[in-house]
Design a protein around this ligand. Sequence first.
Ligand SMILES: C[S@@+](CC[C@H](N)C(=O)[O-])C[C@H]1O[C@@H](n2cnc3c(N)ncnc32)[C@H](O)[C@@H]1O
Length: 269
Amino acid sequence: MSEDRFDFGKNWESYARLIDAEKIAKAEDGLGAFLGTRDLSGRTFLDIGCGSGLHSLAALRFGAQEIVAIDVDPYSVSTARAVLERLWTGANKSVRHISVFDLGQQPLGEFDIVYSWGVLHHTGDMNRAIEIAARHVKPGGLFAVALYGKTRYCGIWKKIKRWYVNASPEKQARAERLYIRLFGFYMLLRGKRLSTHIANYKKKRGMDFYHDVRDWIGGYPYESIAPEELNRLLAPLGFDLVKQNVRRRSGLFGSGNDEYLFRKQSGKN
Ligand SMILES: C[S@@+](CC[C@H](N)C(=O)[O-])C[C@H]1O[C@@H](n2cnc3c(N)ncnc32)[C@H](O)[C@@H]1O
């Protein structure tokens, strides 16, 4: 991978060792709440930037007819392949090593659901990535996308992330420890305990606190978007917003992913 790009895949490879029945159940809860259903029978599902493959697995467990998972990072691809091989025996799955930007050249076609959680803001050209992803939704289908929200600290975090991806492993580890210490202090000031936060963290889509800290500090390239900007991009492509989960955050310890569910109008190609 290029110097100025976080090694997402290695982090997912390490995280995937922690996947157990509870994490799968939480991933299902997260996906079900986002899509508003746990029944995907007869529907095709494209997972752009699949990471560990856990949410593709959840889609399969919800009865998706076929899932295609893609990722630009070879370690994410090998990890997602291994996770799906281990936990799903059906042949209705494939994991491909493709960037979202190369989707136009690959004859993948259109899908009932295009899902991309926490990905398109890490591509280096978020708006173009959003448009390409959206073009793979069938008329009448869903575009389920989660993107970093805009906060007053986005500029500072962009610089920190850029520094992190070029830093030595020792400096990266020190930065992660410092972040966790400061975050723990911030929690204390708000009358909360870091240990409880860490213990409950898997409720967040089956994720793991320590891997998400690394993913947050390192996640570069980095962009963020406001709801009205996303609407302005997708409305001309024939998308109507079904629902959004946009939270106000200070942004001091992270931009946080805002979830948006759009439906492509039936008459739109
Ligand atoms: C923060 S992770 C999210 C993983 C997964 N969607 C999840 O929710 O757990 C971002 C993923 O996007 C992938 N990614 C980044 N740029 C990409 C691109 N241009 N095309 C496809 N995947 C990309 C990274 O390799 C990484 O696996």
